[in-house]
Ligand binder design. Structure first.
Ligand code: NAD
Length: 359
């Protein structure tokens, strides 16, 4: 029995997660996978009910689940609360408690959506990249940090970029393992020409590659060059491995290649634990109208099947069904263009489910 904790969250998080759940249930029936689903309040909805964005009980449930499927959190209703009890704080707490150190963000350009990209079709055609970003270390967490006043009246701001070999090794292994399931190439991004910590990064990634993954090709790029090559020759990338800050920037750049926020899933992996969620937010501007694109959430479920449960075939069933529905010309409002058929959130889910049943 696979125990999955569902945290729909707020706004369209609730709508898209509901659709994902139908799809997972149908797939479970078809492939005889035994799922056990449990839902809980999270983010703004948890603040309304319990005064905190995530309760101790929900954190316990998350730790005892095989995976967590999350929607999105936040909205104007909670924007003026104290930082410590904002919906986003719930997300950070959950990631921290599950020690989710590797963030996975695929950027796939679907043939039928090529024109949604801001780059020329011939450049983005066939792009299929996985960005693996270190999520719990690096400059966002390093100490000392802060702003101090100097004796001459000036202020000085400091942050510390630090990584241990263990931190680099574990995220490298995730990247190499993922590459093994894909086109067997890792591009590690650093700034080893300037920063000592990045020299350690490069040395450690090289060693892990050589000793444990000799079958995977390893390329190193300085981050400035990587940012350039990503828009110049995006097809040549398979898995991009980067530290927290470079990964933050490059994963957004890669996402922009696809041009559609409602299509992008993500995973945050810890030791045997994981959180799966779309990269978009709660979209208060369209919440409650049944017009959100549920595909990012549905593809997050597919990632869960692949990375938490090693069910590559089940994940492929979802990917194939999504491609089919797009090829047939169905679109939610965010990816709609003239000549295609506009459908709502639930209808998009129903069409994908129909394809899964047919396959
Ligand atoms: P957003 O991602 O919610 O929305 C940005 C724009 O994209 C909006 O116009 C929205 O309608 C559209 N959009 C997003 N997802 C869509 C989908 N699936 N289908 C169709 N259109 C979609 O970002 P925002 O507006 O900056 O933030 C709204 C709220 O979400 C804020 O409270 C923010 O803090 C929160 N947020 C949460 C997360 C998360 O839970 N991981 C991530 C980002 C933002």
């Amino acid at each position: 029995m696979l125990k999955i904790l569902i945290l729909p969250g707020d706004g369209i998080g609730v709508e898209v997660t509901n659709v994902s759940l139908y799809v997972l249930k149908a797939l479970g029936e078809k492939l005889n996978i035994k799922f056990e689903f449990e839902s809980a309040l999270f983010g703004g909805s948890s603040i309304d009910a319990y005064g905190v964005p995530v309760t101790v009980e929900v954190l316990k449930k998350a730790k005892s689940s095989d995976a967590v499927l999350l929607g999105a959190v936040g909205g104007p209703k909670w924007d003026n609360l104290d930082y410590e009890i904002r919906p986003e704080k719930g997300l950070l707490t959950l990631r921290k408690e599950l020690e989710a150190f590797a963030n996975l963000r695929p950027a796939v350009v679907y043939p039928s959506l090529q024109s949604a990209s801001t780059l020329k079709s011939e450049i983005v055609e066939g792009v299929d990249i996985m960005v693996v970003r270190e999520l719990t270390g690096g400059i966002y967490f390093g100490t000392p940090r802060g702003i101090t006043k100097l004796s001459n009246g000036e202020e000085r701001g400091v942050n510390t970029l630090s990584y241990t070999t263990t931190e680099i090794e574990r995220v490298s292994r995730v990247a190499f393992q993922i590459a093994r399931k894909r086109r067997k190439k890792v591009t590690s991004v650093d700034k080893a020409n300037v920063l000592d910590v990045m020299e350690l990064w490069r040395r450690t990634v090289t060693r892990i590659g050589k000793e444990e993954f000799p079958d995977v090709e390893l390329e190193h790029l300085y981050v400035d060059n990587a940012a350039m090559q990503l828009i110049r020759r995006p097809r040549s990338f398979d898995v991009i491995l980067a530290d927290n800050m470079f990964g933050d920037i490059l994963s957004d750049e890669a996402a922009q290649l696809t041009g559609s926020l409602g299509m992008l899933p993500s995973a945050s992996l810890g030791n045997g634990r994981a959180i799966y969620e779309p990269i978009h937010g709660s979209a208060p501007d369209i919440a409650g109208q049944d017009i959100a694109n549920p595909i990012a959430s549905i593809l997050s479920s597919a990632m869960m099947l692949k990375y938490s449960f090693n069910m590559d075939n089940a994940a492929d069933e979802i990917d194939k069904a999504v491609r089919k529905v797009l090829e047939k010309g169905y679109r939610t409002g965010d990816i709609y263009e003239k000549g295609t058929t506009k459908v709502g959130c639930q209808e998009m889910g129903r069409l994908i489910l129909e394809e899964i049943r047919k396959q």
